[in-house]
Design a protein around this ligand. Structure first.
Ligand code: NAP
Length: 310
C-alpha cells in the first residue's frame, strides 16, 4: 500500500488508517510556538524582557543555511528577538571563541547556538565547551549533559526534547515499553535513550541503544514497542523489522537527489514510510515530524533561559 502516493501529508492530519495515526510534528510545533507567542506578548505588556537567541553560522553550507533560517523565522513568529552572526568559512577557532565569549557576557542574550557541523579547522568540542552552560539552549555542553543524566533541571538537546514533547502531546503511554533507539550520537541517540529511560512521563521505558556494531538489530527492532530511528541512512528501517502496533519515530533527514524538484533534492527519513506505516499505531512523517519539533524545543529552551535569568 503506497500511502504517500495516494495522499498528501496534509490529508493525513488526524486521519487514522486502521490503527495507524500520524504524529504530526508540524501541527504540534505550531501549537507550542503559539503558546510561547502568547507568553512572550504577556511579558512584553508587563515590561519584562523578551527572549533573545543568538545564532552563529560559520561558512555557507546549504543545509546549515536552511536550518538556521528556519530557527530565525521561528523566533520571529513567536515574538523572540534573534541575532544571526555570520562568520567566514576560514574563521579560526580562536575568533569563534571570542565571539562566543562576547555573547556569554551580553546580558541581553538568553540563548546561544552554534550551527553544526563546523569547518575542519575548528574543534567542535572546544566550541561547545566555550558556551556558557546557562545559555547553552542546544543542551550540548557537558554541564547540561551531566544535569540531564542526573535528572536535574537542564537544557535538553532540542531533537530528543522535541520528540519527548511530541510523545507527551499525543499522550503516548511509554511506561514499561521496550524502546529501541538506533544511533548513539551525542545530539540525538544517546540523550534520547537517557530521556526514554528516565523515571518520568513520558519515560520509564526499557531502552536498547543500537549502533553500527550492533549485530542483531533486526531481532531487537522486532521486539520493540517504540523505535527511534536516528542513523542518517535513508529508508533503512523496513516493514520486516517492525512489529505490528509499534510506535515509530523517524529522526533521519537526508537530502536525496531528485531532478523533479526545483531544489534538485528531496528529504528522506530513516524509515521506509510507505511500507512501515501500515504496521504502526503511531508514526512520524518526514518532513513534518521531528524536524519542526526540534525547532519548537529550541524555542522552549530559549524561553526558559530568559525567565530563569529575568
Ligand atoms: P550521526 O552522528 O552520524 O550518528 C549516526 C549514528 O547511527 C551512529 O551512532 C552510528 O553508529 C549509527 N549507525 C550508522 N549506521 C548504522 C547501522 N547500519 N545500524 C545501526 N546504527 C547505525 O548522526 P546524527 O547527528 O545522530 O543524525 C542522525 C540522523 O538524524 C541524520 O539523518 C540527521 O540529519 C538527522 N537529524 C535530524 C534532526 C531533526 O531535527 N529532525 C536533528 C538532528 C539530526 P556508530 O556510533 O557505531 O558509528
Amino acid at each position: 500500500m503506497r500511502l504517500q502516493n495516494k495522499f498528501s501529508f496534509n490529508f493525513f492530519e488526524g486521519v487514522t488508517f486502521a490503527r495507524m495515526q500520524i504524529l504530526d510534528g508540524k501541527k504540534t510545533a505550531q501549537a507550542i510556538k503559539e503558546e510561547l507567542k502568547l507568553n512572550v506578548a504577556q511579558r512584553s505588556v508587563e515590561g519584562k524582557k523578551v527572549p533573545h537567541l543568538a545564532a552563529i553560522l560559520v561558512g555557507n553550507n546549504g543545509a546549515s543555511e536552511t536550518y538556521i533560517a528556519a530557527k530565525v523565522k521561528a523566533c520571529e513568529e513567536s515574538g523572540f528577538r534573534s541575532t544571526l552572526e555570520r562568520m567566514d568559512s576560514d574563521t579560526s577557532e580562536a575568533k569563534l571563541i571570542d565571539v562566543i565569549q562576547q555573547l556569554n557576557t551580553d546580558p541581553d542574550i538568553d540563548g546561544i547556538l552554534v550551527q553544526l557541523p563546523l569547518p575542519s579547522q575548528i574543534n567542535e568540542e572546544n566550541i561547545i565547551n566555550a558556551i556558557d552552560p546557562d545559555k547553552d539552549v542546544d543542551g550540548f555542553h557537558p554541564v547540561n549533559v551531566g544535569r540531564m543524566v542526573l535528572g536535574q533541571p537542564a537544557f535538553i538537546p532540542a531533537t530528543p526534547y522535541g520528540i519527548m514533547l511530541l510523545l507527551k502531546h499525543y499522550k503516548i503511554e511509554t511506561a514499561g515499553k521496550h524502546a529501541v533507539v538506533i544511533g548513539r550520537s551525542n545530539i540525538v541517540g544517546r540523550p534520547m535513550s537517557i530521556l526514554l529511560s528516565d523515571n518520568k512521563n513520558p519515560g520509564n521505558c526499557t531502552v536498547t541503544l543500537c549502533h553500527s556494531k550492533t549485530t542483531n538489530l533486526k531481532e531487537l527492532c522486532l521486539q520493540a514497542d517504540i523505535i527511534v530511528a536516528a542513523l542518517g541512512k535513508p529508508e533503512f528501517l523496513k516493514a520486516d523489522m517492525v512489529k505490528e502496533g509499534a510506535i515509530v519515530v523517524d529522526v533521519g533527514i537526508t537530502r536525496v537527489k531528485d531532478d523533479t524538484k526545483k531544489s534538485g533534492f528531496k528529504l528522506k527519513g530513516d524509515v521506509a514510510f510507505d511500507e512501515v506505516a501500515p504496521k504502526c499505531n503511531f508514526i512520524t512523517p518526514v518532513p513534518g515530524g521531528v524536524g519542526p519539533m526540534t525547532i519548537a524545543a529550541l524555542l522552549k529552551n530559549t524561553f526558559n533561559s530568559c525567565i530563569q535569568k529575568n
